[in-house]
Write a protein of this length. Sequence first.
Lengths: 302, 276, 451
Amino acid sequence: MHKRRTILPLRTGLIFLAPASLFIAAFILLPFFWIAGVSFTNRSLTGVTAANPEFVGLKNYLKLFDLSSFLQPGQFGSSLVITGQFVFWSAIVGQAVLGLILAWFFYRRTGWVKESVQTLAIIAWIIPDVVVAFAWSAFLDYDGGTLNWLIGLFGGEKVDWLLGLPLLSIIIFNAWRGAAFSMLLFSSAFGSIPPSYLETADVVGAGAWQRLKDIILPLIRTHIVTDLILITLWTFNTFSPFLLTGGGPAFKTEVVSVLTYRVAFKYFDFGAGSAIGMVMMIINLAFALVYLSLLRRQEGTR
Amino acid sequence: MNVVRHVLGRVGFYVVSSLFAAIFALPLLWLVVAPFSTKANLSVSLPEQWSLSNFARVFANSFAVRALFQNSVIQAVGTMVLVTLLATLAAYALSRAPIRGRDTISYGLVLFSSIVTGTAAMVPIFLLIFRMGLIDTHLGVILVFTGGLLPAAVFIMRDFVDSIPRSYEESALVSGASHWGMFRDIALPIVRPGMMVVGVWTFVNVWGGFLVPFILLRSPGKMPASVAIYSFYTEGGTPIITLTTAYALLYTLPVLALYLFVNWKYGFRFFGGIKS
Amino acid sequence: MAKRITTLLTLLILGAFSSQAFSQSVSIVCRCVAGGVSSNQVAWMLEYVIPEFEKAHPGVTVTLNQFGGSDEALKQQYALDLSVGKGNDVMGFDGFWIPEFASGRLLKPLNQVAGSAVDSWEGWSHISEGIQNIMGYNGEIYGIANGTDVRMIFYRKDILEKAGVPNADNWQPVAWQDITDAASMVLAAFPDSAPLQINAGTSMGEATTLQGYYMLLLGTGEEPYMNGKWVVRSQGILDTLQFYREIYVDTKYGSQRVQLVKDGRDQSFANFRDGKTAMLVEGDWFYRSVTAPGSEYGVENRDEVMGWAKMPARIPGAAIRGQDFVSASGGTGWVLNPNSANPGLAWEVMEFMNSKAARDAYQKYQPGIAARDDVPVPNSPFLTQTASVLLPLTVSRPNNDDYAKVSEQIQLMTENVVSGQMTPRQAMDVYAGAVRGIVGADNTVDLLNGN
């Protein structure tokens, strides 16, 4: 390995880093410390605790994990379970796998078909939240929605998506919405594989599935991990399911971001809302560390 | 035999592609059809009479029009420029300068930002912008969005920069270029596709963002389209289908146009890089 | 040199004073959009209030900030703005928000903001104490109410007649049984109908609590908040929930789906318009605004086919205060921002908005039950009738800053029963636990177990 010449000296590097750091310090770190601090108080926006907030120690946190009501609908525990399912199925299984399939299907192909399909996927991703939720409300509508109409065409019975299968509905919705990001990421990852590896596979006569499993996937492991980290974090905190189901019916789709909204903005209870935020932070951190340790392990075995 | 296989292969390709295309296009079909009918409902049906009257009514609402064609644009473009510039600088520094713990910084910031852009942080953001005297200003909105989107933008840009072979920059340095000159003349042009991706991604996020402008803006004359669309809702809080779909269509077109343009000119993909 | 400086200074100071005198402005904000929500109120403001006031006070500009979002969104903005000492001078406020804003010291009593001019206003003698208290808390008044409303059962005379309900032209149930009997007859005659609509579920928000739950609970002789305590378990709650279960789960008297869907309230209005629903419990606003000719849910030949009846107690005499019939009232109004730069001037605007002249003008844009007793409702027998019959019977919500949170639990409780997920007793127990957590167990009472 040849000696790496420093392209940028440390001081210049820090200067380059400075403007972004300023913004991040002001608009990310500062609010974070506010949240951390408030989570130990009973501060609210209206009511008596607005005029006189008090320090309450760990009370907000303990209330979140109060075992007697932990798994009741509308409580934190129930929301965690829902969010966990939501993240697993819509991000890890849905977005990542769908993105992988799309990237793999169009790998080394060019032409208008590939461009069109990829563009459609990306359109689904960049349309504003409000608009997409609106379109899906119509798509999933029991009486007039397109999906039920299609099901009817194939001889099936109408399904009450938003009321009867709300969690499934938001899972499908979110997978559909975000698949493009994974698709793009994996596409580029595939593109960075030197052709020589695949030529070897051709020579050996390996089938497509074997090629994927034994050669390509291992090569792009870091990309897979990066993708999973990003989409897991983003999906854990996404608010768009609220626009589709409002967290209902009866809290069945209240993912943690919606619960936070209800606590912090409907009830104006900042102490509790901040505590939820901090706990989510810790959970997200745990996930990130798990993913990163997977990364380290791979790099070690190279 | 080979010909048959080849033909089947092609047919299969088209069939599967159509399936994928249908998956992504079907839910959006309604949006393209509903605005043009005066009796819109939730099903996809060709209107008996194609009419532009919904659009006429939307345009009659001057606040909503201004929101879309002026305020959203100002906020989205402003943030886009700021984020792209700052993220490129920062990503370059993290990639090329011996900054300790740069991986931890990258991941750590993305972690922080994903929580802090949620609802829990809206109140401290409000208080902060209030102290800065920037409530009800476009600048306030732009600054907050910039701060929130920078970590992920830096993350994305860094992958682009990392994939550039150092040889170009090293030779530039050897031939006596200054650090800033090397950055400006060699590195920037190469990472331009990455900047485009980050630019579009930023634009999309701001264009569709509701919470931040809702918290920070007060005058109806400054609201962006993401907030103004709610003025087409009924008193009970449900959308008036005819008007909301028309506005939604108008609201969507600019992001579409931007993406198509960038894709056509620069290609929209991650890790552009040069084959080494 | 000194002379020049003095002249300059004098001019500057004079300029500053004069610009003060000329740049007096007052801003009003409400949830109202021209051509959209509460457009009548906007029209009244822009065509009458602002021009007239500016004419009488030259040099003053009054602006109207039209807020187009939801009520909840407006409340959030109010809370944020007031907490940092900002906000428009005159704010459109829902009465039941006042307790939490007042106890949080975000609002101050009117006479503390604008001084003695408030106490000497002539309007107070024309507004009953009950209506004054809509905008009150803990004995202080924080604003002036726009008016109030009453709630009743609206019914389709034509549908009831076709179903064979006796006295369809002047239908007046005297017990809950009469309502279900009528529903059963309508369902028999029209199998596809959803005869009865009593709001339930969280989607309808406060409309569930006030038009739905209250109207039933009052008929059992109870209120959610009695004698300084929140009632968390009681026979009245059980009876109410049991009734909900009967109409939405055990029978098809009401449409279960409509209570659970996001736009259920709009759907229920459409059902009434189309004759699919024959009986619907709502406020007078339903008559004067929702079903008015020309509006989206306007009923054809409304005055021939639509009637109203008093909401009965569970059985005669079982309602609160021993009444046979019940009603519930809410109200919105205007408050004065304690952070206003011109509180005296802002008060004058509010005073003007609530003067007899302005209120008479308002009735032309949006007739309703006015706060002032010297403002008659022009040309609306419906409103005068309902007001005189129902106002004496009515109950309003408690002036308690936990009300909004408890109301949410009430909505949730009805949703749990109406969706069939829980039995009335289970739903009530969940409610009890939640409310104890919100207000503290010391502020609750369990009427079933006597603690």
